[in-house]
Ligand binder design. Structure first.
Ligand SMILES: [Zn+2]
Length: 208
């Protein structure tokens, strides 16, 4: 059973962390994955309830509910824009072929076709191992606060798990969880530095 947990928890963390968009590309992927997530969540929940591990139940239910919300959420204007950036030949809303269209609106659904130079947040911007420098952030201050706070919370959870359950029969498993939150902290710390550098660069390059 613990092997399943070792696989499932990072999986759920990865799912919650991979992005919030509901783009065409992402919908295709997450809606297939969702049934697997549901099965994993159900199995772990049963295990947690039978063993009275309520903290585990909470730990997996929060990302699961968030994943469900994001999986079945309707596309918003930002998602449509991302569809268009991913594939500028087709309408971001209805996927109609826009080749040769100069009117500025989609003839099929009336969506306003954005400017060529429209800036959009890269869905993968938190993944520093792909690209270190952040290209564009819509709400840099908000992101800075969020990542700093998440980092602080994750560094506090490790000692809390250790102190609350030091005699767990599977101490290796406890250590695994602690290591997981340490990694989350490290990731948040790195991203906080990157966002801070981005904000500084924006300030330095602005005329006033
Ligand atoms: Zn359209």
């Amino acid at each position: 059973m613990h092997v399943i947990l070792v696989i499932a928890i990072p999986l759920l963390v990865a799912i919650i962390y991979q992005g919030w968009r509901s783009t065409r590309k992402r919908q295709l992927f997450v809606r297939r994955l969702f049934w697997f997530e549901l099965a994993v969540w159900f199995a772990i929940s049963c295990y947690a309830l039978l063993n009275g591990a309520y903290w585990l139940l909470i730990l997996i239910t929060i990302p699961f509910l968030d994943s469900a919300r994001s999986t079945f959420r309707k596309s918003n204007e930002k998602d449509l824009l991302q569809n268009f950036v991913d594939d500028p030949r087709h309408c971001g809303q209805c996927e109609y072929d826009l080749t040769g269209n100069v009117s500025g609106t989609c003839p099929e659904c009336g969506w306003n076709i954005p400017d060529e130079n429209t800036m959009i947040e890269d869905d993968n911007w938190t993944k520093w191992w792909i690209k270190w420098e952040i290209g564009y952030l819509e709400h840099p201050q908000k992101q800075l606060h969020f990542h700093a706070l998440l980092g602080l919370v994750s560094i506090a959870i490790g000692p809390w798990i250790l102190l609350s359950d030091p005699h767990h029969p599977y101490f290796g498993y406890t250590l695994f969880l602690v290591a997981l939150f340490a990694l989350l902290f490290l990731n948040c710390a790195i991203n906080t530095i990157r966002i801070w550098a981005y904000i500084k660069k924006q300030r330095d390059s602005s005329p006033d």
